[in-house]
Design a protein around this ligand. Structure first.
Ligand code: GLN
Length: 199
């Protein structure tokens, strides 16, 4: 028990907050700065930040091949905000993303006036972890503008899909690491436990 090690991509952005959340959940968490570290972790969080900057750093530190291998092994990956953008198959008007989840996204889609906002949302997680509303913090958030058939929608803001999962990959348009609510991190931890056969 307790052998799960989660990694948080720590090149830029809100990585520390994710590390703290994982630790609060009793999970070992490491800051990932080099591609070789991916071999030693059971799941990876790609945090919010600036997706173009994180993408440049992924190239600079030659992460692509190791990340592809990580995804091919179906190891759980969770992208929040900029992380969602990087994991998407298509980024509207830009180069392709990593393509690990079949969605198309529009960056900074909620307009300038509403640069950031908070909204209590219903979750549709399994394992009876739904409970009450999840206080969701959106910061220059991307919008999922289309999703393939294999993508499960776990939360919506109005009509928009804001928490989604396809197989080993989960993405979130808002910032669960900025609230005290651990439900989404716990859900991701369960994905890692299932992967390791610990459930
Ligand atoms: N607007 C950022 C981007 O396009 C994402 C914002 C965030 O991660 N909070 O990369």
């Amino acid at each position: 028990m307790g052998s799960i090690v989660a990694g948080v991509l720590s090149l830029q952005g809100a990585f520390e907050e994710h590390v703290n959340k994982l630790k609060e959940c009793g999970i070992s968490a490491v800051e990932v700065r080099f591609p070789e570290q991916l071999e030693k972790i059971d799941g990876l969080i790609i945090p919010g930040g600036e997706s173009t900057t994180i993408n440049k750093l992924l190239e600079k530190y030659k992460f692509k091949d190791n990340l592809d291998k990580f995804n091919r092994k179906h190891k759980p990956i969770f992208g929040t905000c900029a992380g969602l953008i990087l994991l998407a198959k298509n980024i509207e008007g830009e180069d392709k993303g990593l393509g690990y989840i079949d969605i198309e996204v529009r960056r900074n889609a909620y307009g300038r006036q509403a640069d950031s906002f908070e909204e209590p949302l219903d979750l549709s997680l399994d394992r009876g972890e739904n409970g009450g509303k999840f206080e969701s913090v959106f910061i220059r958030a991307p919008k999922i503008i289309s999703a393939g058939k294999g993508v499960a929608i776990l939360a919506r803001y109005n009509e928009d899909m804001v928490l989604a999962r396809e197989n080993n990959v989960m993405v979130c348009a808002f910032h669960p690491e900025l609230t005290d609510d651990l439900r989404i991190h716990k859900y991701f931890i369960n994905m890692m436990k299932n992967y390791k056969g610990e459930n």
